[in-house]
Design a protein around this ligand. Structure first.
Ligand code: PLP
Length: 369
């Protein structure tokens, strides 16, 4: 700890989730050690990459895997892989794919910004984005009728960022892809289930290493053997400026091995958030309760409801005061418009829930004067 503080940067308490803008995850000791040791040593990179692929395969249940520097690189590399395969002359041409099968079909409500644009990542990999349907309504016919001789793959984005209603399901879209013998890719960057989509039959699934896995800044792709070979081969082409490196791979391997033995420990989350709520519950105009994640994931957040009439300060004002402080505290604020802020226990370091409680008490008591 402390490198950023030493540099004079603001201390951050992250209670908002796995936010790339805040540094995604703080890794466990073992992962940190792997990063350090790898950085001070040598290894045959191709051998390490194949080994990492095998670890990815074991955790995901896929045939093989490919490490990346992030899920966004995973989209670009997967796209390049389905277009160029393992053929070096084509790999070296990417992103110029004129005359090749290069079209990637995406539902319109899935072309979102996750911090950058999904469509741009496809284009970096040489793909031509074919968006189908409307932002809030996509029919199976839209997908089916977009397929032609130039179609390279169909891509589905599984994320809270996408339009959740009116889109075709994974199963429906995959059925169309496979009926036409086309690879079906899922961007599951922030998803917690590393096996589900492979089990469902997807050919390529992309994850971020810094999100649910709580690994270092990295990512990984899993899927069919020949496609994963093609993905790894892209490091001779478009993958090079987005290479992961020995430290990233060593850290990723360690995080993947840890997750195999780790339950998400909901009891611990509930215990910490209960302590926070007990402290905050003493304040007038504030109620705090434990709520499971809306999407049913094993995340138990403290949900703080602020009654502005009593506290004299709105949820929005409280949010901004916390963010402007030092340490800067970032809460989850999806429902701030209805007076609700949440604390995500997963990214919090030991004891930080107490700092958050004290700071909120401090602000509210100050605001009441
Ligand atoms: C976060 C995210 C990405 C990018 O992941 P990185 O690992 O930061 O590159 C891509 N797609 C979706 C849906 C995401 O949520």
């Amino acid at each position: 700890m402390g490198i950023f503080k030493e540099l004079g940067l603001r201390e951050i308490i992250n209670a908002s989730g796995k936010m790339t803008a805040l540094g995604a995850s703080a890794v466990e000791e073992q992962v940190g050690l792997a990063l350090k040791e790898a950085s001070q040593d040598y290894v045959d990179i191709d051998e390490l990459m194949e080994y990492t692929g095998k670890v990815i395969a074991k955790v995901t249940g896929a045939e093989d895997g490919c490490p990346t520097c992030g899920a966004s690189a995973g989209i670009a590399i997967s796209t390049a892989a389905v277009i160029a395969g393992t053929k070096l002359s084509l790999i070296e041409r990417i992103p110029d794919t004129e005359g090749l099968k290069n079209e990637v079909i995406v539902q319109k409500g899935h072309l979102v910004n996750f911090g950058a644009s999904i469509g741009q990542m496809i284009r970096i990999g040489g793909g031509k984005v074919v968006e189908v349907g409307q932002a809030n309504k996509v029919e199976k016919d839209h997908i089916e009728q977009a397929i032609n001789d130039h179609t390279a793959a169909l891509l589905y984005v599984k994320s809270h960022h996408t339009v959740q209603k009116g889109m075709q399901s994974i199963t429906a879209m995959m059925e169309v892809a496979h009926k036409h013998g086309l690879p079906f890719i899922i961007d599951a960057a922030a998803e917690e289930d590393f096996q589900k989509y492979i089990k469902m039959g997807a050919d390529i699934v992309i994850y971020s290493g810094g999100k649910a896995l709580e690994g270092p800044t990295s990512g990984f792709i899993c899927g069919k053997k020949e496609l994963m070979e093609a993905c790894r081969k892209q490091y001779k082409g478009v993958g090079r400026p987005m290479k992961i490196g020995k430290e990233g791979m060593a850290g990723l391997i360690t995080a993947l091995k840890l997750i195999e033995n780790k339950s998400s420990k909901p009891e611990k989350q509930i215990e910490r958030m209960t302590n926070l709520c007990n402290k905050l519950g003493k304040l007038q105009g504030l109620t705090c309760s434990i709520k499971q994640d809306e999407a049913g994931r094993e995340i138990y957040r403290a949900q703080i409801h602020i009654n502005e009439d009593i506290t004299g300060i709105s949820a929005e004002e409280l949010l901004h005061k916390l963010e402007a402080g030092n340490p800067a505290i970032y809460l989850r604020h999806h429902y701030v418009n209805v007076g609700i802020l949440s604390v995500d226990p997963r990214p919090l370091l030991e004891g930080q829930e107490d700092i958050i409680a004290d700071k909120i008490i401090d602000i509210l008591q100050g605001g009441n004067k």
